[in-house]
Design a protein around this ligand. Structure first.
Ligand SMILES: NC(=O)c1ccc[n+]([C@@H]2O[C@H](COP(=O)([O-])OP(=O)(O)OC[C@H]3O[C@@H](n4cnc5c(N)ncnc54)[C@H](OP(=O)(O)O)[C@@H]3O)[C@@H](O)[C@H]2O)c1
Length: 256
């Protein structure tokens, strides 16, 4: 990591902020991207106070022109990244009935979780290739693989990004490798609005950052909790297997 340029989206809090601290402590030059200038500056300053190098870029990933412009400016100023952690994300828990007159929610989620990362990586990946290669970690969710009532748009937006990263991975290997890290529940601000998760088992953000770091080292194509592949296989054979289970979990979520 020492001296390497690592770009992390969604670095103003949660998993992205943990990644920023971890990689900077390992000697990386980190570029932190998110919308909240103030929160980004706090993280960047913490890193600088410990002798690290950190730069903050305020960017709304839903603004495609701004994303392309920021990506080009980043390369012009810092050079091509060695590592990109595409981590920024947003989730909304709503059933179809609750979405009925909220079309903008779908646009918001696809903008942050899928279209924004595609716009950013369309500029950064070619620069990484020209710069001699590197690795990309796409921070995804088990929701991209396991459908769950109430998470339709979130799951669909994560699955869309997964499919894009997985196909591009074939085009750019071996110079640039792509790892999809499909996380289970992680105790961050993202899950705070869902009361049912208050008492659920959840990873710590620091452990999620550890998984992301491992993906960079091993360059393995996919990471996920141990149960994800068996559940995905079960669903392929028996698509309704989880309906009852998820429906009962969903009704508990809505009741609380
Ligand atoms: N927490 C979980 O249980 C969980 C589970 C599976 C996967 N994940 C995935 O892990 C990743 C990180 O999530 P987290 O739990 O750390 O969430 P978080 O604490 O809510 O942090 C989300 C980050 O994304 C940034 N972001 C949100 N909208 C943005 C936008 N339009 N443009 C640029 N940046 C934006 C936020 O910064 P600003 O608000 O300052 O822009 C923040 O830095 C996400 O991709 C999420 O889908 C999380």
């Amino acid at each position: 990591m020492a001296g390497r340029l690592v770009v992390i989206t969604g670095a103003s809090r949660g998993i992205g902020a943990e990644c920023a601290r971890r990689f900077a402590a390992a000697g990386a030059r980190v570029v932190l991207i998110a919308r909240s200038t103030q929160a980004l500056e706090v993280i960047a300053q913490q890193i600088r106070d410990r002798g690290g190098e950190a730069h903050a870029i305020r960017l709304d990933l839903r603004d495609r022109d701004a994303v392309e412009h920021a990506a080009r400016a980043l390369i012009a100023e810092h050079g091509p990244p060695a590592v990109v952690v595409s981590n920024a994300g947003h989730s909304i828990h709503r059933t179809l009935a609750q979405y009925a007159d909220r079309g903008h929610d779908a646009e918001r989620l696809f903008g942050v979780n899928a279209l924004g990362p595609v716009a950013l990586m369309r500029v950064l990946i070619p620069a990484m290739q020209r710069g001699g290669g590197g690795s990309v970690v796409a921070v995804s969710s088990v929701s991209a693989v396991v459908p769950a009532a109430g998470w339709s748009v979130y799951g669909a937006s994560k699955a869309a990004a997964d499919a894009w990263f997985a196909a591009v991975a074939q085009e750019i290997a071996p110079e640039v490798t792509v790892s999809l890290v499909r996380l289970p529940l992680v105790r961050t601000e993202m899950i705070a609005p869902t009361p049912a998760y208050a008492r659920s088992a959840a990873m710590r953000p620091v452990d999620a950052a550890g998984l992301i770091a491992r993906a960079i080292v091993t360059r393995r194509r996919t990471y996920g909790p141990w149960w994800l592949s068996p559940v995905a296989a079960l669903l392929a054979l028996w698509p309704t297997a989880l309906d009852r289970l998820l429906a009962s979990h969903e009704s508990r979520t809505v009741r609380r």
